[in-house]
Design a protein around this ligand. Structure first.
Ligand code: AMP
Length: 325
């Protein structure tokens, strides 16, 4: 069934944006294309609609995402009483760039299960494919303006978070939103895919390494521990495995799979988990993590915790298979 757009809520969000002269937009740490593209698109749309407002898209920049646009480095000393818009993040601890920011109120737009962010105005919908889908709906259904660059970023965020409309978070509404976006903006979308998927050959060799070394157990749980040496050998960074993990979504030997990457800089293991059935975010939240039902992440310091997480995820697969049979 197609959901009716909640125009009252969208207008309330528009009025909240209109009310504030200074706006800082932030998203989760460890940015991905949906997080980056949603903050850039919303910043650019607000600036286009209200040229006199000061609007900043903050958080740490990621070199490989520079192609989507430049982030701002707002001087927090000079900002007071701003509206903080948080996108694509449910908890304070994972808001990139919130430290030392003095804000008057929070507006939140997100598709993760709710956690501790208490917003003055919020739109949370776990059924949306992406935050970019939500920002698209907001722009197309209010007086916020759209241009080609904004539309391109929104399209890319939706395509990325839905893995080209192939994940379970894709709905009729996702397609409806994208059709409206394409009709309104007339962007040359087939040529945009390169921005998301063009990779150096060394990264394909890294994919081959993961494929050859993924351990799949009797419960159809797959995992791999990726050392810092391997990252160096293939010339990839610590975020690369999470950018590749969705590509393993159509392997029928796998129910749940998990990439555990050594993060030397932060002295921890960065973990990405995906599922084709069992719910995994409850396990992730036990290990300093969280996320969606079928796409989660975690961070642990000790190898013993990595092993505990592997056992827990394997058990989740076993229980799921027992229930299904
Ligand atoms: P990733 O595997 O990094 O792409 O993350 C998948 C999902 O899990 C995203 O929605 C992330 O926001 C979420 N996530 C990843 N790492 C963490 C973490 N340490 N804590 C909470 N949520 C996380």
């Amino acid at each position: 069934m197609i959901k009716i757009i909640n125009r009252n809520l969208l207008n309330k969000i528009y009025r909240e944006i209109k009310k504030h002269n200074t706006i800082v937009i932030l998203r989760h740490i460890g940015a991905d294309p949906d997080a980056i593209c949603s903050e850039l698109a919303l910043r650019d749309s607000i600036k286009l609609t209200f040229p006199n407002k000061k609007v900043y898209a903050g958080g740490v920049g990621v070199a490989k995402f520079k192609k989507y646009g430049n982030l701002d480095k707002p001087d927090y000393e000079k900002i007071e009483n701003c509206l903080l818009i948080v996108l694509d993040v449910p908890n304070i601890a994972r808001i990139d760039g919130i430290d030392n920011l003095k804000y008057q109120s929070i507006l939140k737009i997100d598709h993760h299960p709710k956690l501790d962010i208490k917003a003055d105005v919020e739109w949370v919908d776990e059924e949306k494919s992406s935050t970019c889908q939500m920002v698209t709906e907001l722009i197309l259904n209010t007086k916020l303006k759209l241009d080609k660059k904004i539309a391109e970023n929104l399209f890319l965020g939706i395509v990325s978070d839905s893995e080209r409309f192939s994940l379970k978070n894709t709905t009729i509404e996702t397609f409806e939103t994208v059709i409206n976006l394409l009709k309104t903006s007339q962007i040359d979308f087939p040529n945009l895919y390169e921005k998301l998927y063009l990779r150096p050959f060394s990264e394909y060799k890294f994919i081959a390494y993961i494929t050859n070394n993924l351990i799949i157990n009797e419960n159809h749980f797959g995992y791999i521990k990726i050392s810092d040496n391997i990252l160096k050998e293939y010339g990839v960074d610590v975020a690369t495995p999470s950018n590749l993990i969705n590509s393993y979504n159509f392997i029928d030997d796998l129910l749940v799979w998990c990439f555990i990457t050594e993060d030397v800089k932060n002295n921890q293991y960065k973990i990405s988990i995906r599922s084709r059935g069992p719910i995994i975010n409850e396990v992730a939240s036990k290990y300093n993590g969280g996320g969606h039902k079928f796409a989660s992440g975690a961070k642990v310091k000790e190898l013993s915790d990595v092993d505990n997480l592997i056992n827990d995820l394997s058990k989740v697969c076993k229980d799921y298979e027992n229930k299904e049979s």
